[in-house]
Design a protein. Structure first.
Length: 164
């Protein structure tokens, strides 16, 4: 585990912070990820620790965080700077993150798992502890909430021919 820690820590933290948009939460989830990984290493027949495996653990820990947050909502912090040169792409990303941050925690979780992490509906269901049918319904409601909250009129791309 120590051999992969130095390489995996920035990758795991980066994975989490891009999905939750809050550095303090990302630090907590990253810590939980490595604690869970150490617990796994103590079991009989432990997995081989790799960066990819740790990111999978982080995905589950982030889903756990979103489930806790859904029970006790907290205000969402500022999104981190990404440092892209292409302003239109950066602006689109910022508007999407802003819109996602305004969604309910459970909707934010399922949308992130499905469309950012590119998980199947079945994988989303497993990560969120729901049935596939319930997750499909949840995705439908989450997409509707995202579209409703998306600031079409205020976003420059909307003026260039997007939905109004």
């Amino acid at each position: 585990m120590l051999a992969v820690y130095d390489e995996a820590l920035p990758a795991v933290y980066g994975y989490v912070v891009r999905r939750c948009g809050d550095r303090a939460v990302a630090e907590d989830v990253t810590s939980e990820t490595f604690l869970a990984a150490m617990d796994s290493m103590r079991r009989p027949d432990p997995p081989t620790p790799t960066t990819a495996w740790l990111i999978g653990v982080a995905r589950h820990k982030l889903a756990d965080h979103w489930r806790r947050q859904a029970r006790t909502p907290e205000p969402v912090g500022d999104t981190p700077d990404a440092g892209h040169d292409d302003w239109d792409v950066e602006l689109d990303r910022m508007v999407a993150e802003y819109t996602l941050a305004r969604c309910t925690p459970l909707h934010r979780a399922v949308l992130t798992l499905r469309y950012v992490d590119d998980c199947t509906v079945g994988q989303c269901a497993e990560a969120l502890g729901r049935s596939v049918a319930a997750t499909e319904s949840l995705l439908t409601r989450a997409k509707h909430e995202f579209r409703t909250r998306y600031p079409h009129e205020k976003h420059p791309s909307a003026a260039r021919g997007g939905r109004r």
